[in-house]
Structure formats: C-alpha cells, structure tokens
Design a protein around this ligand. Sequence first.
Ligand code: SAM
Length: 242
Amino acid sequence: MARPLARTVDGAARNWPRIGCGVVVAVIAPLATAAAQTPEDPGVFKGRKIADVMSYRGAPWLERATRIEEEHPDELMAALPVEAGMLVVDVGCGSGYYARRLAAAVGPAGSVLCNDIQPEMLSIATQLAAEAGVTNMSTVLGTESDARLPQGEVDLILLVDVYHEFSEPEAMLQSMREALAPDGVVALAEFRLEGRSARHIKLEHRMSIEQVMKEWIPAGYELASRIDSLPTQHLFLFRAAR
Ligand SMILES: C[S@@+](CC[C@H](N)C(=O)[O-])C[C@H]1O[C@@H](n2cnc3c(N)ncnc32)[C@H](O)[C@@H]1O
C-alpha cells in the first residue's frame, strides 16, 4: 500500500500548486485513509481476478481425450478419500467428467450429487451419465452463493477446475463447509499458476498454493494434505477447522 499512497500524495501536490502545504496535508490525509480502506473491485478477491464462468457451450472441451495425459484423472481419483457407500458431491461438475468416476468409486450403495449453476451443464451431465450406465448420480442446481447441499451430511466434496470461477467465493466456501459431515473432506484441484506445466490454461483459470491458502484458511478450513504429483494441477484436501 505504501507506494500507491506516495504516488497519490505526489500527484495531488502537483495538481493543486496554489494550495498551501498545510492545507494539502489536511486534505490529503482523509483521502489517503479512504484509499487504504477501499474495498477490492468487484470481480477481485484477495488480489485475484475471478475468472469468467465457462459456458455450457464448451462442454465438449471438458470431455476431451487429452485430459488423461494433462490431468491423470485416475491418479487424482486415487488420491481422494472416497469409499463405497459415501455421499459425495462434485461441485461445478460441468459435463460430469469426474462425477461419473466418483459414481463408480462410491458404488451402488453410495451416491453422487452433481452440482452446477448452469442447468444446461446438468442436462449434459445427466445424459452422459445415462449413456455410461451410471445409476447413482443425481443433480443439484446451485446458485452463485449457495451450493444447496444437504447440511452436515457430505463425506467428500470435489472441485476440479471450478473454484477460480466462483463469483462469490466466501459464500460458497461457507456453503460447502456447512454441508460437510463431521469427518468430511473438500478436495480442491486447480491448475498450477507456478511454473509452466499448465501454460496451456489462461492465467485467470490457474491458482498458486499461496493464493489458495490465503483464501481458504480464513474461511474456516484446515489443510489435511496436499498432493503435488499430478502433472498440471495442485490437489488440496481440506477439512473444516476444528
Ligand atoms: C471449467 S468447468 C469444470 C467442470 C468440471 N469440474 C470438470 O473438471 O470437468 C467449471 C464449471 O464450474 C461451474 N461453476 C461456476 N461457478 C459455480 C458455482 N458458484 N457453483 C457451482 N458451479 C459453478 C460452471 O458452470 C462450470 O460448469
């Protein structure tokens, strides 16, 4: 904050040459305080520009064959604390690429909720799941601030390549925390901002470890573990802070 403030004071002094020095200080001081307290621009959260929501028209891209080599989805799935019989949610499920894998992992005794804010995405996910013979998946239409999940019951929430699109991240973080069962886990996968492994992804659709921690820890989460072996993504496992 110190440098922009200094520029503001210098600029103001140059713009008002006929006002005496003491007056400048008196006028500038409240302005400087207001600048320090200025909230972030809409669309910015903790210094990060929030990405645009990916349209359902791009759903075929979510089913691209190259995801296998880019993301190693089997390795990602193997890192999740998912077991037969669980209630799991794929928040921002898109076309259901991971929801279908979760459905296989929880088996017929478990169930998957496929959540998204675009009803068209949920229709696509439902159709692809039916074509794949999935019978234990249903859909939940969320809002930008509320995932609309059962409270205190969800064993695992998975977010792949979606959190950076949340227009209301604090509300969504609270909504997901309230949905977790007492030992529930939220798994967050985001393309790496650091390095070049995810250079094919736009900057606003990637996140650094530092930024994720800056946003999630104050929101009432604690890090259970982080998996660094995926080719292009960070994978964080969070629990509600006790
Ligand atoms: C890039 S796609 C990823 C889809 C899926 N997770 C995957 O990896 O294939 C991001 C999805 O997040 C959804 N989304 C954005 N904001 C959301 C919110 N607040 N709640 C639920 N879904 C959201 C979008 O509608 C979109 O379907």
